[in-house]
Design a protein around this ligand. Structure first.
Ligand code: CA
Ligand code: CA
Length: 383
């Protein structure tokens, strides 16, 4: 089946967006779960600018429409064969990861958090507000598989994905064997599949491993898992304000950690998605999945992959309601339903998930885990 057949399929899915009126993301999830199987593949307006990452909630999975899924599968195969053929993950830029993660001082200061020109307004990116922060230390890279393995070896920690027995994996990364055993998908984002046996040791399910990816970010870790790791290391998760301030690398009001141009001098500065999401990832930046945690240039503070590669948990509860009040060391709402994640991932493309900006944000429930979500730690003291 050729691409000419696929285009009308996706056109149908996206044209359907405007024919269904949704009132809120929570309602969307509940409504979709009771819709016909075909309708479960319809995206909401808020999802249309999204990678669907914040839809990764176990209660949101629904039966797959087999006909539509077959078309999607063809797209995923195309993605896999054209982008991944001959590629060995992590071999091109394999390097020894510092263990434990080096930290750098992020100096005390003030910055404008959020933006008055939001890329995705419904995410609560605005308004800009002046934020003052004390100094703190930040891991220079995302926590790697090697580091998390050490933590588990010492503590026998069991992640939530292992306890639940499944985790969300992007369909384009799955083998045919694993895909054939799956009968459910995330209603609002059908490229996310709940995979039995997917966890940090098996990022694409039981037939995958991290052996050749020890220097890549650990994935399939929930907010609780990330918090447990940081506590074990004598650290903590960064607040959203700390993360966003650190992302800017000493620059002010820039979109990205390195400035406002996505490709300065024609170079890739982050592991993102090139091509058509979700059907074709050209891997022009060298990676169609995660990259080593110290790949791509560091920002002005010496931090790697703040945007792109893996999403990163922060300690804050999620809210989209902000004021212009000045804040000192803000740590978010006192309570909430979801936790904030920052930076986007290797799945982000401007057409779907323009969240690889410092001011961008998204959220997941604290027990969620996925094949593009990791973390790094912060601390008040030098370790
Ligand atoms: Ca990439
Ligand atoms: Ca990242």
């Amino acid at each position: 089946m050729g691409i000419s057949v696929l285009v009308p399929c996706w056109a149908f899915v996206f044209l359907s967006l405007n024919s269904v009126e949704f009132t809120g993301s929570e309602t969307v999830g509940e409504e979709l779960a009771t819709m016909s199987e075909t309708e479960t593949l319809v995206l909401s307006d808020s999802e249309s600018s999204s990678c669907g990452c914040h839809s990764l909630k176990r209660e949101r999975v629904a039966s797959i429409d087999r006909e539509a899924s077959l078309l999607f599968e063809q797209a995923a195969v195309k993605y896999s064969e054209t982008a991944n053929n001959g590629r060995t993950f992590g071999q091109e830029h394999k390097q020894e990861v510092d263990s434990p993660n080096k930290m750098v001082l992020i100096p005390a200061g003030e910055f404008m958090m959020g933006t008055n020109n939001p890329g995705i307004p419904q995410d609560g990116e605005s308004p800009e507000r002046r934020v003052h922060l004390d100094q703190f230390y930040m891991d220079i890279h995302e926590v790697s598989n090697q580091e998390f393995q050490k933590f588990v070896n010492v503590t026998n920690y069991v992640t939530e994905a292992e306890t639940f027995g499944d985790s969300f994996v992007f369909e384009g990364l799955l083998s045919k064997d694993v895909k054939s055993q799956i009968s459910q998908a995330v209603a609002a984002a059908p490229w996310w599949l709940p995979v039995r046996g997917a966890d940090w040791r098996h990022p694409e399910g039981p037939d995958s491993s991290i052996t050749d990816r020890l220097d890549h970010p650990v994935l399939h870790v929930s907010w609780s898992d990330a918090s447990a790791y940081c506590a074990w290391a004598g650290k903590r998760l960064p607040t959203e304000a700390e993360w966003e301030y650190a992302c800017q690398g000493g620059l002010n009001n820039r979109l990205f950690p390195w400035g406002n141009k996505l490709h300065p001098k024609g170079q890739h500065y982050a592991n993102l998605w090139q091509g058509e999401f979700p059907t074709h990832n050209s891997g022009e930046d060298g990676y169609t999945s995660t990259s080593p945690v110290m790949s791509f240039p560091a920002n002005g503070y010496g931090l790697y992959n703040m945007v792109g590669n893996a999403w990163e948990w922060t300690s804050d509860w999620w809210t989209v309601h902000h004021t212009t009040d000045e804040l000192h060391n803000p740590n978010g709402p006192a309570t909430g339903h979801d936790r904030v994640k920052k930076g986007g991932s290797y799945m982000c493309h401007k057409s779907y998930c323009y969240r690889y900006r410092c001011a961008a944000r998204s959220q997941n429930t604290p027990d969620s885990s996925a094949s593009n979500l990791g973390f790094r730690c912060a601390s008040q003291e030098k370790l």
